[in-house]
Write a protein that binds this ligand. Structure first.
Ligand code: GH3
Ligand code: MG
Ligand code: MG
Ligand code: MG
Length: 315
């Protein structure tokens, strides 16, 4: 290998080692009716420690995909018996998006029309057979990089930057699914909203940075105390939401009361002073028209808690 300017041999070697360690977790499905091609490509994939398996036609490949939900890349031939690469691509794309499962097509067919056909159907890349080992790895590694980039981005769009809790977007998107499922089955489901009392005065007296510390402390306390069957999210500002599923009403009420007391007792040590604050909590156990209106019911109870003097749980 030629080491490019600016990249030391050590950096280059460490990027390869990183890749190889990571590749154990990347499952690649190889699909080809040629045994010679399969054995050559399997050899190459194993050289980079990819976790590879193979099928000899599209139909078998589809069945393997259904049994192995962790397949990340399909490397498929075009012409095969039973189900060819085009049909396989179409079938897979009806269920899996480009950013969760990558399809790379390889073919001996030198017709210039084939790659466009595949790319239009949702293949991620196309590789004419006769490729060099280097091109093979470059294509596979690049498709794996893209998948990982998407995964990272997906995590970022769902997470609140300040607290690391889920954000409002995630709560509404995923919470909606839980809401529908649990309403339909009439199973235990609850929404709680937690709001810091007199937060404005924390900002006014200590400054915005300390206000942020107070907000992060809410995330710590909720993370520590609300362990299972929940979605913890920051709705915005100093307001948080807990969606509980499959949790007994009495157990949730006890837990919320415990959380309220945890804040009451908690003291945040600052450089030259201490900070403490309370929270008010509004909760509802009643299904409503939809998740939004259920959250509004919890919000009403939050206002009750505020009106009745703050530092209270109302449901
Ligand atoms: P109440 O007890 O009725 O809830 O009173 P409050 O002062 O907590 O409520 P209010 O809604 O009046 O004030 C919320 C404040 O939160 C206003 C806004 O400036 C501040 N805020 C919103 N987002 C952030 C943030 O990310 N960081 C900080 N430090 N402050 C924020
Ligand atoms: Mg073939
Ligand atoms: Mg508040
Ligand atoms: Mg508020």
């Amino acid at each position: 290998y030629i080491i490019k300017d600016g990249i030391s041999a050590l950096e280059y070697a460490s990027s390869i080692v990183k890749r190889i360690i990571n590749n154990k977790n990347i499952k690649i499905l190889l699909v080809d009716d040629s045994k010679t091609f399969i054995s050559k490509a399997m050899d190459l994939l194993l050289r980079y420690k990819y976790n590879a398996l193979y099928a000899t036609d599209g139909k078998e490949a589809y069945e393997l995909l259904k049994k192995n939900s962790d397949i990340k890349v399909i490397l498929t031939d075009y012409l095969m018996p039973n189900m060819n690469g085009l049909e396989l691509t179409k079938k897979v794309r009806a269920e899996y998006s480009k950013d969760e499962l990558s399809i790379i097509v390889t073919s001996n067919d030198k017709s210039r029309k084939i790659p466009a056909k595949f790319l239009k159907l949702g293949a991620n890349d196309f590789l004419y057979k006769g490729f060099s080992d280097e091109e093979f790895f470059a294509r596979i590694n690049s498709t794996v990089d893209t998948l990982e980039l998407f995964e990272k981005l997906k995590k970022k769009v769902n997470v609140d930057y300040l607290t690391g809790l889920y954000n409002r977007r995630y709560l509404f998107e995923v919470g909606k699914k839980y809401y529908q499922e649990f309403k339909k089955a009439n199973k235990n489901f609850a929404i709680a909203i937690i709001d810091i009392d007199n937060f404005k005065s924390i900002n006014d007296n200590y400054g915005h940075d300390i206000g942020d510390i107070a907000i992060k402390e809410v995330a710590n306390i909720l993370n520590k105390n609300v362990l299972n069957n929940r979605i913890l999210s920051r709705l915005g500002g100093e307001e948080f939401c807990i969606l509980f599923y499959n949790r007994e009403k009495n157990e949730v009420i006890k837990l919320l009361e415990y959380i309220r007391i945890s804040f009451e007792k908690n003291i945040i040590k600052l450089d030259d002073s201490n900070l403490s604050y309370t929270v008010s909590i509004g909760c509802t156990f009643e299904f409503s028209n939809n998740l939004d209106s259920m959250i509004q019911l919890a919000d009403k109870n939050l206002y009750k808690a505020k009106n009745e003097g703050r530092n209270k749980v109302r449901y």
